[in-house]
Design a protein around this ligand. Structure first.
Ligand code: SR1
Ligand code: MG
Ligand code: MG
Ligand code: MG
Length: 397
């Protein structure tokens, strides 16, 4: 057994050669580091024909910060468990896990680098139209399929324990619900937004609502979540999506996954005027609203259709599943707001906002993201899907 060590390019090749059956024996393999995420090292190993496979290795610390923020390597095993469970329930919505080595904290994964990252597709506005529908259906399959609507009580309680992810949940707790709501050295407040951030730190009404969202994040083991479902965690092509990077997965509130997807569509919405001329930006903003509408429609319809067949005690009573889905909507809005705020002034930003070339445009877009995030949190109880999309269309025009 090989002891843990941080992979070089040659180690990644060796790992892929040993565990991937798709390469011809003796093929000359090459490797490149492709990861630009915050936490891990990711390599693509390929043969001379260009056929590839992905090797992902967890480090004992957070890559983007360094050894000053240690983080358990067990996240590789946790990611493997989530990918396997989600893959059982939604094989066409989940990136395939080919092998997991617990000692090396390494995963071998299907290579979809010939697909597009959803975040990139949305920035280039040639995003495949029906991805939002496919992702909404994927979320219904995995969230319903791991919930009390589907899983018998004792098994579900054991699953909550088997899939516990205490260290990465603590990281999320810090970067979502703690750091962005007070001054602190881990925040990255963009230049020009200092007074906006300071106003948010004084906002008692907002912090009250965020405290309740934090409690829901901590207490509500509703379903097995991906846990970090932003648009950079989804590969897409026309009509299809594959979700990956599931190391933050845990049993939590369904609205956390849904809300993060919605937030990342809305961060892109807010960023549009920094990327293209006024007419094209308006069209892209309308497209984001349509994607949000389709995402929710696909999720809620698919979830309710599944719930009509539930055999769980009492959960099939008339109206119960419908009320549940409405609660998921309200949670989604709140968590979407927290994602928008933390992606603007917290430690981990998004390219949609940060890569806007013009500093004045960038500030305007970042300010709109903070404003919209705050509104979603404060108005989560009163905005329906129809009224939210109507408001967003007015903002888009
Ligand atoms: C310090 S870790 C910050 C973020 O990086 C990951 O990509 C997750 O989004 C996490 O919240
Ligand atoms: Mg489109
Ligand atoms: Mg990750
Ligand atoms: Mg990620």
């Amino acid at each position: 057994m090989t002891a843990y060590h941080e992979f070089t390019l040659n180690d990644a090749i060796d790992f892929a050669r040993r565990h991937y059956r798709g390469f011809a024996a003796g093929a000359a393999l090459s490797a490149e580091e492709v990861g630009d995420g915050n936490l891990n090292r990711v390599f693509r190993v390929s043969d001379p024909q260009g056929q590839g496979v992905i090797v992902k290795q967890a480090l004992p610390y957070i890559r983007c910060i360094g050894e000053g923020w240690p983080l358990t390597r067990q996240r590789a095993a946790r990611e493997a468990r989530v990918l396997l469970r989600h893959g059982e329930l939604s094989p066409h919505g989940t990136l395939a896990l080919l092998h997991h080595d617990d000692t090396l904290s390494a995963l071998l994964l299907e290579d979809l680098s010939h697909w597009q990252l959803w975040r990139r597709a949305l920035l280039e506005t040639d995003e495949p139209e029906s991805v939002a529908t496919a992702l909404g259906q994927h979320l219904a399959r995995v969230l319903y399929g791991t919930s009390d609507f589907q899983v018998p009580s004792a098994i579900k309680r054991a699953e909550v324990v088997r899939l516990a992810n205490p260290e990465l949940c603590a990281t999320t707790d810090t970067v979502f619900f703690h750091d962005p709501y007070r001054p602190g050295e881990r925040n990255r407040v963009p230049p020009g937004l200092e007074s906006d951030a300071a106003a948010l730190w004084r906002d008692r009404e907002l912090k009250h609502r965020v405290a309740h969202l934090r409690l829901r994040f901590q207490c509500n083991a509703e379903a097995l979540l991906h846990g970090d479902l932003h648009t950079g965690s989804v590969f897409v092509r026309e009509g299809e999506c594959r979700v990956f990077d599931a190391e933050f997965g845990f049993y939590g509130p369904m609205g956390f996954d849904m809300g993060l997807v919605m937030a990342n569509l809305l961060l892109n919405f807010c960023a549009q005027s920094g990327w293209r001329d006024a007419g094209a930006a308006e069209a892209a903003r309308f497209a984001r609203v349509e994607e949000l509408r389709r995402l929710w429609k696909a999720f809620s319809e698919d979830f309710l259709a599944r719930a009509r067949t539930t055999s769980a005690p009492l959960l099939g009573e008339p109206g119960v599943a419908g009320e549940w889905v409405q609660q998921v909507w309200r949670d989604s809005l709140g968590f979407a707001g927290t994602e928008m705020i933390r992606r603007t002034i917290g430690i981990a930003h998004v390219a949609d906002l940060d890569d806007i070339a013009d500093p004045a445009q960038r500030q305007d877009c970042q300010r709109q993201a903070l404003w919209l995030g705050r509104r979603l949190i404060l108005e989560a109880a009163t905005l329906s899907p129809v009224s939210l999309c109507g408001e967003l269309r007015r903002l888009a025009a």
